[in-house]
Design a protein around this ligand. Structure first.
Ligand code: ADP
Ligand code: ASP
Ligand code: MG
Length: 453
């Protein structure tokens, strides 16, 4: 059996939903379909919530949101399901209005309230899509996607979620099954949570892994995984195949095609992923599996993470490189901060690594605590932070066999007048990454993409 996930643009309009319907209705009844909110709706739900908190006219926005759902129900939901779908979606729209009303009255938008508001996107799209597809059987993902608190984040409780998914889909033949992605419920408090922006991919992966699916199909609005973001590189190439590791690296370093945590659960079960285009369903797409096709495509792509912060430890540190790096890395990990680039030590024993700018405050505290003895005895002069940067990554399992590849990348940057502020230590065989000023992001991607493709 296959698990299919349709993103926002795929479920955004009457026309795109007709494509979804014909794709799903051509498949066996044991198919599971995971859907996002209508395209752009999550952003709009958030913007309207902020508007309500500021005392703005949220009612006009709420009316437009309602109208968009009603048009799709009217045009596409099967006649025998129309009334029940209208009832369900109508009461969710009432809940949305009441919540906005409350936000507007108190003039504040607590995080938990925002979680409830954004959840309504998928809570409405799922019954609509179930009502469009012949024999569509609706499942409430809040019943089986459970999260736990990890620092200030909500992360999936993988084993509880797996057990609940197996129970929920026990009658797998009686589908096709439809459920909302992204949304979840806190296993302890019962509060509505979510898996993070773009998280519907992850919901689909958790279901595919729990049910031992044959394939996870991510249906989106491009022909497959490309060598760069097609919005930046107009002639980016669609890759026929890549390995799990390569896709994981590309997505971790900013390729928006798949939400990064998605890959691990299916990789673990060796379930291949296909990236397919809802608007061009006969295109072959990209197959992500344990094979890399490294001969044909040694390099798979160039990506960027904006909002990078470079952390520098400078001073007369006597401890070895590995020791310092490990201590910094562990101190950050204990505080929920991930490091996406460890740089080669600089000339005057400067250690630097890249983190997300959003983690700067937590990182400052964690590193000052960890290195307090060195800061006091003078072995460490300072811990400094530089924002306004981007991390660029070049990914491919064949990269390690290319002669002098790091030098070629650095020379190319130089020719384009771009100065890397830090380069990865080469701790991954698959990825070479470096940090540049944010203003050089597009220039660096273009230069490196031109070098390899
Ligand atoms: P969905 O709503 O279907 O989840 P997303 O917007 O999350 O879709 O992801 C698909 C988008 O990712 C594409 O429209 C494309 O603009 C963007 N993208 C960024 N990098 C890449 C890449 N390397 N290959 C393909 N698409 C990419
Ligand atoms: N609707 C959510 C978002 O826009 C989840 C998703 O689309 O994957 O982030
Ligand atoms: Mg997405």
């Amino acid at each position: 059996m296959n698990v299919l996930k349709f993103g926002g643009t795929s479920v955004g309009t009457v026309e795109s939903l007709k494509n979804v319907r014909s794709i799903v209705e051509a498949l066996p009844s044991d198919t599971v379909v995971v859907v996002s909110a209508l395209g752009g709706l999550t952003d709009r739900l958030i913007a309207t919530a902020r508007l309500a908190a500021e005392g703005g006219d949220w009612r006009t926005e709420a009316d437009a949101i309602a109208e968009r759902h009603y048009i799709i129900i009217e045009e596409l939901v099967r006649p025998d399901r129309k009334q029940s779908t209208l009832t369900v979606v109508g009461s969710l729209l009432d809940e949305l209005r009441r919540t906005y009303e409350g936000v507007s009255l108190i003039g504040d938008l607590p995080a938990k309230t925002l979680d409830v508001i954004v959840s309504l996107g998928e809570r409405m799209s799922a019954p609509i899509v179930a009502g469009i597809i012949k024999n569509g059987h609706l499942h409430n993902s809040l019943d089986f996607i459970k999260t736990e608190k990890w620092f200030d984040k909500n992360i999936a409780d993988a084993s509880l979620t797996r057990d609940l998914i197996i129970k929920e889909f026990v009658d797998i033949e009686k589908g096709p099954h439809v459920t909302g992605g992204f949304i979840s419920q806190d296993r302890d408090t019962g509060e509505i949570t979510n898996l993070g922006r773009g998280g519907s991919d992850y919901t689909a992966a958790l279901i595919a892994a729990a049910l031992d699916a044959d394939m996870l199909d991510i249906w989106t609005d491009v022909d497959g995984f490309m060598t760069a973001d097609p919005r930046i590189i107009k002639d980016a190439i669609v890759l026929p195949a890549m390995s799990f590791i390569e896709s994981m690296e590309l997505c971790t370093f900013g390729a928006k095609v798949i939400y990064p945590p998605t890959i691990y659960p299916v990789f673990h079960k060796n379930i291949p992923i296909r990236i397919l285009n809802t608007f061009n369903p006969t295109a072959p797409g990209t197959l992500i599996s344990d094979a890399s096709c490294a001969k044909e495509y040694p390099v798979k792509g160039v990506t960027a993470i904006r909002n990078t912060c470079l952390v520098r430890l400078s001073g007369n540190l006597t401890e070895n490189v590995a020791g310092i790096n490990t201590r910094a890395y562990n101190a950050l990990a204990r505080n929920g901060v991930s490091v996406f680039l460890l740089a080669q030590p600089g000339e005057n024993h400067e250690f630097s690594f890249a983190i997300a700018s959003a983690d700067r405050q937590v990182a400052t505290r964690a590193l000052n605590e960890e290195f307090a003895p060195e800061l006091i005895d003078g072995a460490l002069d300072s811990i400094s932070f530089e924002d306004g940067l981007s991390t660029i990554a070049v990914v491919g399992e064949g990269i390690r066999h290319l002669k002098g590849v790091n030098g070629r990348i650095l020379n190319t940057l130089m020719r384009f007048g771009i100065k890397p502020l830090a380069c990865s230590e080469g701790n991954s065989d698959t990825t070479f990454s470096f940090v540049v000023e944010e203003k050089d992001t597009v220039g660096a991607i273009k230069a490196i993409h031109g070098l390899f493709f």
